[in-house]
Design a protein around this ligand. Sequence first.
Ligand code: 2BA
Length: 109
Amino acid sequence: MKLVIAIVQDQDAHALQTILIENGFGVTRLASTGGFLKDGNTTLLTGVKRDRVDEVLALIKENCEMRIVTRNTTTSASWGSGVYLPYLVDVKVGGAVVFVLDVDQFEQF
Ligand code: 2BA
């Protein structure tokens, strides 16, 4: 058995969760936060038999979009200390960041 951990954008989470369930996969949804942008995102946990991992990965790939997020940031001015200039920076986010882990044991009590 494998555990698929998928970190996805909130905008894609509902559709992905729905399609995983429709295809017979169990899903746990966790609210998470990206360390770099500090935006909310969603982490989906799916426990799956080895031979169905590729199906899960294909559904994640199909349902998660890459998006550009624009952020306001600052840089220090070259001509004087203590002077900061605002500028916009584009950051690519997603489609999805996925980890596939071996599961030693799975129990349901
Ligand atoms: P964040 O950490 O908020 O990162 C959002 C996006 O910012 C990333 O998109 C990446 O394009 C960019 N980014 C992240 N760290 C950066 C850095 N040090 N310098 C420049 N740009 C940087 P994704 O790679 O698609 O990641 C989306 C979210 O997935 C991340 O949100 C984080 O929550 C998670 N994630 C990504 N890589 C991870 C990893 N190795 N381990 C755990 N979580 C990860």
